[in-house]
Design a protein around this ligand. Structure first.
Ligand code: PLP
Length: 386
């Protein structure tokens, strides 16, 4: 590549906001030798539960393992159906398959990118055991209207993108029976890999704590700290090793302290994008219905058809040449190989999810961007002949 062609500026789609504070925080577990789940995890869980107004927060190795933990603890298995969105990250649906159950897809709304009461209602059968809603990109699903069609069916929140998001003043994570959050570096708060499950149910929490640690009836910490060194755990359940480490939790504690700042800053720049980009006729900025506190994990636009008939992909390639990273919003699950083959799906089965995959475009928004970066993205988008 010649220097003449290289762009003035490089703006990445996401960058984790970690630095000296996180670096200092890992000293303690690394020095005292408590590396896996221990006091730091306990502290992280306590802080997380407080922030999300729930009685239980249980740290896991990822959001995916957290979702699996929830469904396992609920006893979901072969013959059961679980409704999941047709437009989401692949693991929302995969965890249902992990349990030997059947994921039943519900299409999404093209403005919020989320499932709705209307898309869920026709998918409910006598076999339905749970409904997984995703708060995609940091915007909560419309829980109240979904609860009306769900009746007694439990609602699980895939809150991977929704740390700090709220629904009519209530934080994500306490809106259904249980929720799972992600601390992957693409999310707002990160521990490298990691997750957190929240619930208000004591019974479910107890089961999940056990399943997280191989099904053991007592924890390693109880064993090490307790006065009875001869104690061995009993295993009455087949569990998993889905623990978070104390090194990761030490980072998570520091990151969580910065959450309000992260969310505030993201909202500031999302408003700026909304104001500046709305004049572009071929671009639709993301909707924020009244009453919703958006966390802006991603700023996902809709790229319409234009007179020049360029495709979104051509636009994304052009932006990449100008140093601006973009990504399609996420996947239409029914178009992924595993699901196509197993269930015989065709693209028309979930037309909105199909179009969301084809026309959505996330543009850079994260806490390591400068004023100039945002202005650069806006000026390039406004100048594009599309
Ligand atoms: C990122 C993401 C996940 C997976 O989170 P991990 O922590 O990487 O397992 C699941 N669902 C949604 C909607 C996501 O965005």
């Amino acid at each position: 590549m010649t220097t003449d062609n290289s762009p003035k500026r490089q703006v990445s789609i996401a960058l984790p906001s970690t630095g000296d504070d996180e670096w200092k925080a890992v000293r303690e577990p690394l020095s005292n030798g408590w590396l896996t789940q221990g006091p730091k995890v306990a502290q992280f869980e306590k802080n997380f539960a407080g922030r999300h107004e729930v009685t239980h927060a249980i740290a896991t190795s990822s959001c995916t393992t957290g979702l699996h933990l929830i469904l396992s603890a609920m006893g979901i298995g072969p013959g059961d159906e679980v409704i999941v969105p047709a437009f989401t990250w692949v693991s929302t649906a995969n965890v249902v398959l992990y349990c030997g159950a059947t994921p039943v897809l519900a299409d999404v709304d093209p403005h919020t990118y989320n499932v709705t009461a209307e898309t869920i209602r026709p998918r409910i059968t006598v076999r339905t055991k749970a409904i997984v809603v995703v708060h995609l990109f940091g915007l909560c699903a419309d829980i109240e209207s979904i609860k009306k069609v769900a009746g007694d069916l439990p609602i699980i929140e895939d809150a991977a993108c929704a740390i700090g998001s709220s629904y009519f003043g209530k934080p994500a994570g306490g809106l259904g029976l249980a929720a799972a959050f992600s601390f992957h570096p693409r999310k707002i708060v990160t521990t490298g890999e990691g997750g957190m499950v929240t619930t208000q149910s004591d019974v479910l929490a107890e089961k999940m704590v056990q399943l997280r640690n191989h099904g053991a009836s007592i924890s390693e910490e109880q064993r090490h700290r307790g006065p009875q060194p001869y104690l061995l755990a009993d295993f009455n359940l087949i569990g998993f090793n889905y623990r978070l480490t104390d090194v990761q939790a030490a980072i998570g504690i520091v990151q969580l302290e910065k959450l309000e700042h992260f969310i505030k800053e993201r909202n500031h720049w999302a408003d700026f994008y909304q104001r500046e980009l709305k004049e572009i006729e071929w671009l639709r900025v993301p909707a924020v219905p009244p009453g919703y506190g958006h966390g802006w994990q991603s700023f996902v636009c809709w790229v319409g058809e234009t007179k020049l008939r360029q495709s979104r992909n051509e636009l994304m390639a052009l932006l990449q040449k100008k140093g601006i990273s973009t990504r399609p919003g996420t996947h239409a699950i029914h178009q992924l190989g595993v699901y196509r083959e197993r269930f015989g799906f065709v693209p028309e089965d979930y037309p909105v999810a199909r179009d969301c995959e084809k026309f959505s475009m996330a543009i850079p928004l994260h806490n390591r961007m400068s004023d100039e970066d945002y202005r650069y993205v806006i000026s390039v988008l406004k100048s594009v002949r599309y």
